[in-house]
Design a protein around this ligand. Structure first.
Ligand code: NAP
Length: 565
């Protein structure tokens, strides 16, 4: 089998269109694409050309001869997506190539289409990419931090450097001469929705889901409790979380919920700090992990093994890098589920779980225990958490687990956006294919769009945002072509003046490039991909110094061209 898709698959589908023999599925036009845990290469049809390797933004595709031992399970995972058949028998192709949906064609107009994108994470950058394909379209990206790329910078675990490679694609988009960054600018505070709408044909919100779903049980909120997503932000050096109190002085951490975020946190909490020292982890987190007394992280799910929320690729990755165990009663649950389930994906997860070590054995080195059928009842402790009381799901039995840190990892939650409607139950902005809809009138809100988690809820992978943003851009361009969007009141210079007046510390693309270069340079000295600034003031100082330096010739030329256009 020539090529294999591995753990860091981001599902953006670029490989599908690069493949000359249509051997990667599900493709974006197929029903399973939106919910698939990863994409799979048909081992029989692959012609070993390597086109998919170049197209993949996260380096997830590897020739089978170059797989490392931890990646070997992916040979079978790719193959098992396809029906069993005799060697050499290819599937009848539905078409020679996956059908490419044509990019939205922007009609000629005296005022070129100008779009404000709020947020700079994956959904924002995929939307910008899609818009900039068209001649003349201008995109201004507004981001409240001085650094772009959202959860790729602040949410992806530091030991998943492959996944962070997608920033190379985003850097290319950000370097487009018709894209302008307005970083360190908070929409809703320094500039309003009305300001943006006046200066653009459309405003596209790709702000993600910045809050956590909260667990409403007694004791949550006291010292020693927190959320996994806050911890991830602290680990990644997000400037708003550097002061997060993280107490690692107790032997056990309990995480409630067993999605991929819980796995990320458990893996990092039990990793060897010397390994983490080769990543872009924040210095404060690395120091804390060096001092950590944590020996066991328990990931507690309220349902049984067959309903585990983590994905198969992440389970393979976890068991390949960490010691993972199950208690005997959970091994029994796995056996019972294995006898009952029929779908092959769940079966594969259960088969891996069935091979795990015995959680009742004493802890000899840092480990992760996956635990099932534990419904959180209350957090125990007087002034700070010292454990969790669970109810064994479906029974009256209560079970106590001692812990010095109790984290919930039960999903992200979208936050209402000033001046836009909000659906509290789904925690999304009500929309129709990306067009924001006023629930009172049922009409779309002129010039206002959403993409990513604030549009569809907090599920999926980085690349899932590509097709999500594509759909929104199609709607936006169609409205522009139909004459439904209002021309901006002023040109690019007018907008730049307005923003500078409201936020003198605005960081532009050159400022970000300077911060990026300084971080990479600091990291290079210690053999790390980058050493992040975690204090906004430090970032702003580096960006300001870049502004004072004379721009290189090429950048000067681009700036001149931008002003002339
Ligand atoms: P998630 O996958 O939605 O998992 C949420 C977990 O919380 C589930 O186990 C759920 O259990 C549990 N839960 C919800 N309400 C609960 C309650 N009241 N009490 C106890 N447990 C409760 O969320 P996530 O881990 O935050 O991930 C969000 C998305 O990001 C997912 O699509 C994920 O795949 C993606 N992500 C991907 C990666 C990666 O690919 N490496 C990394 C991080 C995140 P039930 O199933 O019983 O409801």
């Amino acid at each position: 089998m020539p090529h294999v898709i591995t753990q860091s698959c981001c599902n953006d589908g670029s490989c599908v269109f690069a493949c000359p023999v249509n051997c990667i599925h599900p493709s974006p036009d197929e029903p399973g694409f939106a919910t698939s845990e990863m994409l799979y290469i048909d081992p029989v049809a692959c012609v070993d050309c390597g086109a998919c390797v170049s197209a993949c933004p996260v380096g997830a595709i590897v020739p089978d001869s170059r797989l490392d031992s931890a990646q070997l399970p992916f040979v079978e995972i790719n193959a098992s997506f396809y029906p069993e058949r005799p060697a050499g028998v290819k599937l009848p192709p539905t078409s020679k190539l996956a059908p490419v949906i044509p990019a939205a064609q922007v009609r000629a107009h005296p005022h070129p289409l100008t779009v404000a994108i709020v947020g700079s994470g994956p959904a924002a950058m995929y939307a910008a990419d899609e818009l900039l394909i068209q001649h003349g379209v201008r995109v201004n990206v507004f981001e409240k931090l001085p650094t772009p790329y959202g959860l790729v910078r602040a949410g992806v675990a530091p030991d998943h450097q492959h996944t962070k490679k997608v920033t190379q694609l985003f850097d290319r988009v950000a370097g487009h001469p018709r894209l302008r960054f307005y970083l360190n600018v908070e929409v809703g505070k320094q500039v309003s929705h009305a300001d943006l709408l006046a200066h653009h044909h459309a405003v596209l919100y790709a702000v993600g889901a910045p809050d956590d779903r909260r667990l409403e049980v007694e004791g949550m909120g006291m010292p020693g409790t927190g959320t996994a997503t806050e911890l991830v932000a602290w680990i990644n050096g997000h400037p708003d979380y550097t002061q997060l109190p993280v107490d690692l002085s107790h032997e056990r951490v309990v995480i409630v919920g067993n999605g991929n975020v819980a796995l990320d946190v458990a893996r990092v909490l039990t990793a060897d700090p010397d390994d983490l020292a080769h990543t872009d982890i924040a210095d404060h987190a690395l120091e804390a992990f060096r001092e950590s007394a944590v020996r066991e992280v328990v990931i507690a799910a309220r349902r049984g093994p067959a309903h585990s929320a983590f994905t198969l690729p992440e389970l393979v990755g976890l068991t390949g890098t960490a010691e993972v165990v199950l208690d005997p009663e959970d091994h029994d649950r796995v056996r019972r589920d294995l006898a009952a389930v029929s779908d092959s994906l769940t079966k594969s997860k259960l088969e891996i779980l069935s091979t795990l070590g015995d959680g009742s054995a004493p802890v000899t080195r840092r480990r992760i225990r996956l635990a099932y059928a534990l419904t959180p009842h209350r957090v125990l402790g007087d002034r700070r958490a010292d454990g969790v009381e669970f109810q064994v799901t479906g029974t009256d039995e209560l079970r106590r687990l001692d812990a010095g840190l109790v984290l919930t990892s039960i999903g992200y939650r979208g936050r209402a956006i000033r001046d836009l409607p909000f659906d509290e139950s789904g925690a999304v902005v009500p929309n129709d294919g990306g067009r924001v809809v006023d629930p009172g009138t049922g009409q779309s809100v002129t010039g206002t769009y959403v993409a990513g988690w604030i549009k569809r809820g907090p599920t999926g992978f980085i690349g899932t945002n590509k097709s999500c943003s594509f759909e929104t851009v199609q709607a936006l361009v169609s409205d522009f072509n139909a004459g439904k969007l209002t021309d901006p009141v002023a040109g690019p210079a007018g907008l730049a003046e307005l923003v500078a007046a409201r936020q003198p510390d605005v960081v532009d693309s050159a400022g970000w490039r300077a911060i990026d270069a300084a971080e990479v340079e600091r990291g290079g000295r210690d053999g790390r991909p980058r050493k992040k600034f975690t204090d906004t003031a430090d970032m702003l100082a580096v960006a300001a110094a870049a502004e004072q330096a004379p721009p290189p010739k090429r950048r000067r030329l681009l700036a001149r061209l931008r002003d002339l256009a």
